[in-house]
Ligand binder design. Sequence first.
Ligand code: ADP
Ligand code: MG
Length: 242
Amino acid sequence: MAAISLRKVVKRYGRGAQALQVIHGVDAEVGDGEFVVIVGPSGCGKSTLLRMVAGLEEISGGEIAIGGRVVNDLEPADRDIAMVFQNYALYPHMSVFDNMAYGLKIRKMPPAQIRERVDKAAAILELGHLLQRTPRQLSGGQRQRVAMGRAIVREPQVFLFDEPLSNLDAKLRAQTRLEIQKLHRELGITSLFVTHDQVEAMTLAQRMLVMNAGHMEQFGTPEEVYHRPASTFVASFIGSPP
Ligand code: ADP
Ligand code: MG
């Protein structure tokens, strides 16, 4: 069974004559534990597609299923997903522990279980010795790891990333990219990762879903997309040899 199924997914913003269609029937199946990168130029609909999977944006047509369950009408909190955004905001007055525990506390998880989840995530992210610090006392890379820790502790079925690296300087971007790869190796959680950066996509993806103007141009491994581009758009966007 696919971890995520997109079936003829359509998105229109606005209604009636004013409606603007930005996603034109995307069909794709993401396997269990797979790391899929959604890549394409700015404005092609990447965030919209991801936000529909997250439940932050209503779907205008078609169907989205997570773990075999159609989620079209489910609230984000009921979808078993966790999202990592470009602009992560930590609570500045809370400790690292409390920042990571916050989402579990509001779900009324018992304290002992919260402790266990946070300790496990902190060990993976090498934050164990920093749990009592506040964000101000951390480096940029450590803060980024805390932001990921908040997603991990929820132990979701699916991770959704919307350009989490694009606001970082080159060094931190490289560091965080390695961190995300390590996370995926260790936890094997199905992931959808959005970027406009071809090189980032080629490096991270097991398969990449190439978008152009709301259409899926190709869905394949980096090797397939590079060596056998499905269209001239893909060839020029990825920079394949002619
Ligand atoms: P990407 O993430 O690939 O840059 P988006 O998904 O943000 O693209 O946007 C896709 C298209 O939808 C763009 O033309 C954008 O202007 C439009 N769009 C995005 N959000 C809204 C919105 N809330 N209302 C109207 N149009 C929107
Ligand atoms: Mg976007």
